[in-house]
Design a protein around this ligand. Sequence first.
Ligand SMILES: *Cc1c(COP(=O)(O)O)cnc(C)c1O
Length: 234
Amino acid sequence: MTDNLSFSNRLQTVRQRIQRACEAYGRDPSQVTLLAVSKTRQSEELRSMAAEGVRRFGENYLQEALQKIELLADLGLEWHFIGPIQSNKTRTLAEQFDWVHSVDRLKLARRLSEQRPRHLEPLNLCLQVNISGEQSKSGVSLTALPSLAHQVAALPNLRLRGLMAIPAPAENFEQQRIPFRLMRQALEQLQTEGLQLDTLSMGMSSDLEAAIAEGATLVRVGTALFGPRPPRTV
Ligand SMILES: *Cc1c(COP(=O)(O)O)cnc(C)c1O
């Protein structure tokens, strides 16, 4: 079990990385949100991180996430779902999460829209883009994105916020920037077409600087905050 001191140190380091990248690339640090990616972490680890001031957590696996949401309900945290979505699980996502980053089909968005409880705020949504064009990866293609985005934006009980991507690993900083730049251009194009989008969910432990350089507004950081990831147990 990692102690709170190292959580505190790691968090400070990650915040410094974000701060320095903002300074280097002319970004306003208040425009870059840190999402703590907590898949495979125990609820007590999240509680320690929350005690350090982290409010937003990203989860990939639904069953595991639901346990933590329940155990940490007293903290009033913001929960983001960032993993692959099974269409028979959309109701739980619509009921339990504040954000879903990994929508890549109209069918999923329609279900989330229908199933979002009316007493809650609209569900915040990002469309996941398969930005490196990898055969095996989820995400909508850049070609199919505009049509999907306009249809999703028109659905009730949802708020389409922007785009999310997990690019293929790259050799160096300049290579890392290329897919992030394509993401920024895709977001700007949709804004030009009239969609009110404010979110680029991109950048992880190994490439958050490149993502910030290209306009990331939300970086999803796991390993750099919590340390090496233990295997899944749930
Ligand atoms: C695991 C994961 C992350 C965090 O990755 P790290 O390299 O541990 O920072 C970010 N986004 C998604 C979608 C993930 O699955």
